[in-house]
Design a protein around this ligand. Structure first.
Ligand code: ZN
Length: 262
């Protein structure tokens, strides 16, 4: 019986790795310094390295169903602590007041790590056409998939009160990207760096069948094909490869017309 995966592992080691050995060794010795956090849908048709032309060490990747960003404080719940004085209470030390941290949001942890430790200059949120996660917002999820059901709640604000026509799905996919950008701005370490011009946000919708990313332009209030877009960023864009050079620019808030209904 052929073990296809094992064959591929051997091929990587024998054929591919030698071409990049020096690069990988450098990345081990110097550590990783990726400039970009890429938050993308898990869909197998999105290949971030192909899309961006990136190589080893350049993208810090987070992928999940539908490329959602969990709310920054979404893991705080009422603790119901009955201590008269809260001296020494862990929930207060964790900054949660009378609430405590619950849950394990890998995506939220990755955002914090990428911004605080890796000091990325760009965060991309990449949705795409024909997204099964977005389509699932309009249908039923099997009861057994309770984690998936809870996860999809993070996209419900983007859904429209209409039948899921191709146009409605496309619009929902785009609205979801905008929603996730708004959630990103609720992360204090993201907001402060964006406002200081040290970090830029990029809302992308990848149209698989066209092989083209459409970039959300907050000033135009729409997604613009990369072939005609002025830049790859969502707000006023500067090349942040040398962020220390200038700290004047501000990120524009997402236009109300594009904000999902509350
Ligand atoms: Zn998807």
């Amino acid at each position: 019986m052929t073990d296809e995966l094992l064959a591929r592992l051997r091929r990587f080691n024998k054929d591919y790795f030698p071409q990049y050995e020096a690069r990988f060794r450098d990345l081990v010795e110097q550590g990783q310094h990726p400039s970009t956090l890429f938050i993308g849908c898990s869909d197998s048709r999105i290949v971030p390295y192909m899309l961006t032309g990136a190589g080893p060490g350049e993208l810090f990747l987070v992928r999940n169903v539908a490329a959602f960003v969990p709310p920054y404080d979404g893991t705080l719940e009422d603790r119901g602590c009955d201590a008269e004085d809260h001296r020494g209470c862990q929930h207060l030390e964790a900054g949660g007041g009378d609430r405590q941290w619950v849950g394990h949001h890998g995506t939220a942890a990755a955002i914090e790590y990428a911004v605080l430790a890796l000091e990325v200059k760009h965060i991309i949120v990449c949705g795409h056409s024909h997204c099964g996660g977005i389509r699932a917002l309009y249908g039923d999820v099997p009861a057994e998939a309770r984690n998936l059901k809870a996860w999809l709640d993070m996209g419900r604000e983007a859904a429209l009160p209409v039948q899921p026509t191709p146009e409605a799905l496309r619009r929902t996919e785009e609205r979801s990207v905008v929603l996730q950008l708004e959630r990103l701005m609720d992360y204090p370490m993201v907001r402060s760096r964006v406002e200081q011009g040290k970090l830029s946000l990029h809302g992308w919708h990848y149209v698989i069948e066209d092989g083209e990313v459409h970039v959300f332009d907050v000033q135009q209030g729409r997604f613009v094909p990369a072939s005609t877009a002025e830049h790859s960023g969502t707000g006023p864009y500067r090349d942040l490869r040398d962020a220390e050079r200038d700290t004047g620019a501000l990120f524009n808030e997402i236009d109300d017309a594009w904000a999902p209904p509350r």
